[in-house]
Write a protein that binds this ligand. Structure first.
Ligand code: AMP
Ligand code: DBH
Length: 550
């Protein structure tokens, strides 16, 4: 029979109050479209047009649909059942798109892991999602995912199916999947959950974000209109395809929705991306701020023709005005700031906004039905222009995480507002300026790292008495991570603590950039103040001592 997870799994649900459902439908936000539905329609309408380019592969819309069908039917033939959850860990390769579309066609639920995630994180996703299958590349960026797959099956035996793109070494090869197309289910309920996205994990471990067909399609359809994505657009996926930003803002799904062309770049640096831009005449790309700066710098001396670029988006972390000006000057195209979250709400500067708005704000929400509250510590609205906590609800913002009552109790108000954890200022016209955040995570060039999660791993080391992980402003990364350590017993070195964290099976971006040994965390620290205050004190003291500035 199918894995033991199947019988009593936590159901996938995402529920809005009936009055809002009616409203979002009446407003035309939710149109009852689904992933398989739109992909089928595009395969007919744009059959011979190129949909996806990656490596040596160029897939037309018809081929994408066909290959997705083969994969979906093949997975069902393997014994998977619609509704099963499948952890997908693929890099920026065409298979990422064919696999995900294949899962949609089969009614299977992708759970998106990043290529950087390692065994500890993948085990967490598989357990939380109650997944019974794992699909990965044989290797990507020098890492062998077949080894990870073996460890995953050892730790989570319910993961009965492993499918590998490339040399499968005893696992099922993606290329060998085949099945009866007639076994594919009818299109799903548009209100049902289509996939589980991963949160950056502001506290503790990453949470799973259930997104519905209706809500997600709305977010990228509306993004297309804001970002100027049409059938003529060529969108470059430079960030990892599994990230919500290049997936949906408007990302590769927006581009496929519009009938445009998606180009997958195996690397995000100018050395890889610029050649692709020139060759494929790329019109739009989403970048994190450090990359946008690097691209702007490299553009000055490149021999590649970047003149096709119309819009360069920067998001995932704050782009400060001075950096924004450098990006505009260096790349000579329209800059769009994007402030989004996998939980939903996405803000954009508009393409025709004044340069002042574009450089100094993180944009305004997609939808007139995005409700934005900026409140003080007690939940009372602050005056416009003042900084407060950003709360939001709307037609594409989740109401709950999957399988995580404790996180839900923290992250949502009784009225269903999502507490973003961000501190923002709202300007006239609804434009938001991100001023920092209220939760303790490190935003390392767009990768979010939970302080708590890393502290737990450090505390597992026998020579660590206590650990506090904080973010330190960093000229290149925006923020880097710094772990303050009170040692005990056998002396240890910074390098071995870093190796320890890596050895715990975590993504490399979570390894502390810096380790500082201290004798104590401060006199007031003992049991009297919160971890949050403690981290803030350590950060301030460290920055004063080192003379670092924000
Ligand atoms: P996640 O919930 O993991 O998808 O991460 C979303 C978070 O990334 C937001 O809540 C912000 O803290 C941060 N973020 C995304 N875009 C921006 C931006 N343009 N400026 C500042 N912070 C951003
Ligand atoms: O950081 C993010 O999660 C993010 C940034 C920009 C995002 O999810 C998005 C746009 O959709």
């Amino acid at each position: 029979m199918n894995a033991s997870f199947s019988s009593a799994r936590v159901p996938l649900r995402q529920v809005w109050p009936p009055a809002l459902v009616a409203r979002y439908r009446a407003a035309g936000h939710w149109r009852g479209e689904t992933f398989p539905g739109f992909l089928r329609e595009r395969a007919e309408r744009f059959a011979g047009d190129i949909a996806v380019v990656g490596g040596d592969t160029r897939l037309t819309y018809a081929q994408l649909w066909q290959d997705a069908g083969r994969i979906g039917a093949g997975l069902l033939a393997q014994g998977l059942i619609p509704g099963d959850r499948v952890v997908v860990q693929l890099g920026n390769v065409p298979e990422f798109v064919t696999v995900v579309c294949g899962l949609f066609r089969a009614g299977l639920i992708p759970v998106y892991a990043l290529p950087a995630h390692r065994i500890t994180e993948v085990v967490h996703f598989a357990r939380k999602a109650e997944a019974n299958a794992y699909i990965a590349a044989s290797s990507y960026e020098g890492f062998d995912y077949r080894t990870l797959a073996r460890e995953l099956q050892a730790q989570v035996p319910e993961v009965q199916h492993v499918i590998i793109a490339g040399d499968a070494a005893g696992f099922t090869a993606l290329a060998s999947l085949a099945g009866d197309l007639d076994q594919l289910p009818a299109d799903p309920d548009p209100q049902s959950v289509a996939f589980l996205q991963i949160s950056g994990g502001s506290t503790g471990l990453s949470k799973l974000i259930p997104r519905t067909h209706d809500d997600y399609l709305y977010s990228f359809r509306a993004s297309n209109a804001i970002c100027g994505i049409t059938q003529d657009s060529v969108y470059l996926v430079a960030l990892p395809a599994a990230h919500n930003f290049p997936m949906s803002s408007p990302g590769f799904f927006g581009t496929l929705y519009a009938g445009g062309r998606v180009v997958l770049s195996p690397g995000a640096g100018p050395e890889t991306a610029f050649g692709l831009i020139a060759r494929e005449r790329v019109t739009c790309v989403g970048l994190v701020p450090p990359l946008a700066l690097l691209w702007a710098q490299a553009a000055a001396t490149t021999t590649h023709d970047l003149s096709s670029l119309q819009v360069v988006q920067a998001g995932g972390a704050k782009l400060v005005p001075e950096a924004a000006r450098r990006v505009i000057a260096g790349l000579g195209c329209t800059l769009q700031q994007v402030f989004g979250m996998a939980e939903g709400l996405v803000n954009y500067t508009r393409l025709h906004d004044s340069e002042e708005i574009i450089v100094s704000t993180q944009g305004r929400p997609i939808s007139e039905d995005d409700e934005v509250l900026v409140v003080d510590d007690h939940g009372n609205p602050v005056a416009d222009g003042e900084t407060g906590h950003l709360l939001t609800r709307g037609p594409y913002t989740i109401r709950s995480y999957h399988n995580d009552p404790a996180a839900n109790a923290r992250a949502f108000t009784e009225d269903g507002f999502y507490r973003t954890g961000d501190r923002v200022q709202r300007l006239p016209g609804g434009y938001l300026v991100v001023q920092g955040r209220a939760t303790d995570h490190i935003n390392r060039a767009g990768e979010k790292i939970s302080a708590e999660e890393i502290e737990d791993h450090l505390l597992a080391h026998p020579s660590v008495f206590d650990a506090a992980v904080v973010s330190i402003p960093d000229a290149y990364l925006g923020e880097r991570s710094c772990a303050f350590i009170i040692a005990q017993g056998e002396p240890t070195k910074a390098a071995s603590l870093k190796a320890w964290v890596r050895g715990r099976g975590l993504a490399a971006f979570k390894v502390p950039d810096q380790i500082v040994f201290v004798d104590a965390f401060g006199t007031t620290a003992v049991g009297k103040i919160s971890r949050r205050e403690l981290r803030a004190q350590l950060r301030e003291r460290f920055m004063q001592q080192t003379g670092e500035t924000r």
